[in-house]
Design a protein around this ligand. Structure first.
Ligand code: G3H
Ligand code: 13P
Ligand code: ZN
Length: 322
C-alpha cells in the first residue's frame, strides 16, 4: 500500500487499547531496522523526520528511503510524519514534499498564537489530504537546538484542550504529562531511590492525561519524549569509552498503561540512538582493525530492529494489528 495518514491507525489504536510507535529516522539503517521489525510483528508504524534529520540527510533522500521501505513491506501501514515543525513554512514544505502527516509545534507561543499558527497549518494540510498533530504544554529536555529546563517546562492544562482542538481542527494532540526529550530526562534530585539504590523518576501525571481524555472523548493523544533509556545500553556505552552518567528515561510500564488509554502515538528516538551507539562502540572496541562501515552498521541495524520489536510488543501493544 502507499504511505498512509495516521487517521485510520489512530482510530484502530484508540479502540484497540494500543499505541502506534513513532520512530525518528535519519538514515537507511534506521529505516530498515524499524520497518523490518514492524513487518515481522505485523504492526503499523510512523516514521518521523525532524528539522535536524532533514538538514543531515536531506528531505529527498529520506523520502526516497522511506518509499523503498514501503515497496519492501507493502503490507505495513507506514505514515511519514514531520516531527516538531516549528512554523508554517516547514510544514508546507513537507506537505508539498509528500509527507502524510505533520506536527506543528507552536507550544512555546502563547495560547492564542499557538491556535492561530496551528489553524493555518491545519487548513493547508487538510486541503492536501495530510493530517496534523499539534502540541499544548511544554516538555523538558533537548529537541533540535532548543533545550527546555525542567523549570521552564509546563504540564498541559486540561481546561484548555477542548477549545484548542475545536478552534484549530488538529487531528491529534501532544500533551505534556512529565515525559521529556533526550537521554537525560531527570536529574538525581528529581528522582527517588528504590531499595536497590536505583534512581526512580517521578511518575507520569496520569491525572492530567485522564482529565484531557475526559474533555476530548475519542480524540488521539500523543506522547513525546517517551524513550526509556535502557540501562543495559547506557552501561555498554560507558564500558566502551562513552560517558553518559545518570542517563535516565521513562519507565516502560507507565507507557504501556498510557497506550491502553487514549494515547495513540508514542515517540521514541533516544532509545534507538543509544542502542546504535552502544553496539557500534562495542563492535569497534572488540574489532580494532575493522574499518568497513558495513561491519559495524550491520549490528547497529540489528539493534534498532531488536529495540523496535521490543517496543512494539512490550510497550505499544501494536503487534498483530494489520
Ligand atoms: O524530539 C526530537 C527528536 O528526538 C529529534 O531529534 O532534532 O536531534 O533530530 P533531532
Ligand atoms: P525521546 O528523546 O524520549 O526519544 O523523544 C523523542 C521525541 O519525542 C521525538 O519527537
Ligand atoms: Zn518530541
Amino acid at each position: 500500500m502507499p504511505l498512509v495518514t495516521t487517521k485510520e491507525m489512530f482510530e484502530k489504536a484508540y479502540d484497540g487499547g494500543y499505541a502506534v510507535g513513532a520512530f525518528n529516522v535519519n538514515n537507511m539503517e534506521i529505516i530498515q531496522g524499524i520497518t523490518d521489525a514492524a513487518a515481522e510483528l505485523k504492526s503499523p508504524v510512523i516514521l518521523q523526520v525532524s528539522k535536524g534529520a532533514r538538514s543531515y540527510a536531506n528531505h529527498t533522500y529520506l523520502k526516497k528511503l522511506v518509499e523503498a521501505a514501503v515497496e519492501e513491506h507493502p503490507e505495513v501501514p507506514i505514515a511519514l510524519h514531520l516531527d516538531h515543525g516549528a512554523d508554517f513554512d516547514i510544514c508546507k514544505s513537507c506537505i508539498d514534499g509528500g509527507f502524510t502527516s505533520v506536527m506543528i509545534d507552536a507550544s512555546s507561543h502563547p495560547f492564542d498564537e499557538n491556535i492561530e499558527i496551528t489553524k493555518k497549518v491545519v487548513e493547508y494540510a487538510h486541503d492536501h489530504g495530510v493530517v496534523v498533530e499539534a502540541e499544548l504544554g511544554t516538555l523538558a529536555g533537548v529537541e533540535d537546538e532548543v533545550n527546555v529546563s525542567a523549570a521552564d517546562s509546563s504540564y498541559t492544562r486540561p481546561e484548555e484542550v477542548e477549545e484548542f482542538v475545536s478552534r484549530t481542527g488538529c487531528d491529534s494532540l501532544a500533551i505534556a504529562i512529565g515525559t521529556s526529550h533526550g537521554a537525560f530526562k531527570f536529574t538525581a534530585d528529581q528522582c527517588t531511590r528504590n531499595a536497590d539504590g536505583i534512581l526512580v523518576p517521578p511518575p507520569l501525571r496520569f491525572d492530567v492525561l485522564e482529565e484531557c481524555i475526559k474533555r476530548l472523548p475519542g480524540f488521539p493523544i500523543v506522547l513525546h519524549g517517551s524513550s526509556s533509556v535502557p540501562q543495559e545500553y547506557v552501561k555498554m556505552i560507558n564500558e566502551f569509552g562513552g560517558e553518559m552518567p545518570d542517563a535516565i528515561g521513562i519507565p516502560e510500564d507507565q507507557l504501556r498503561e498510557a497506550a491502553k488509554l487514549a494515547v495513540c502515538k508514542i515517540n521514541i528516538d533516544s532509545d534507538i540512538r543509544l542502542a546504535m551507539s552502544a553496539v557500534i562502540r562495542q563492535y569497534l572496541a572488540q574489532n580494532p582493525s575493522h574499518f568497513d562501515p558495513r561491519q559495524y552498521l550491520k549490528p547497529a541495524r540489528e539493534a534498532v530492529k531488536d529495540m523496535v520489536s521490543h517496543k512494539i510488543v512490550d510497550v505499544l501493544g501494536s503487534n498483530d494489528k494489520i
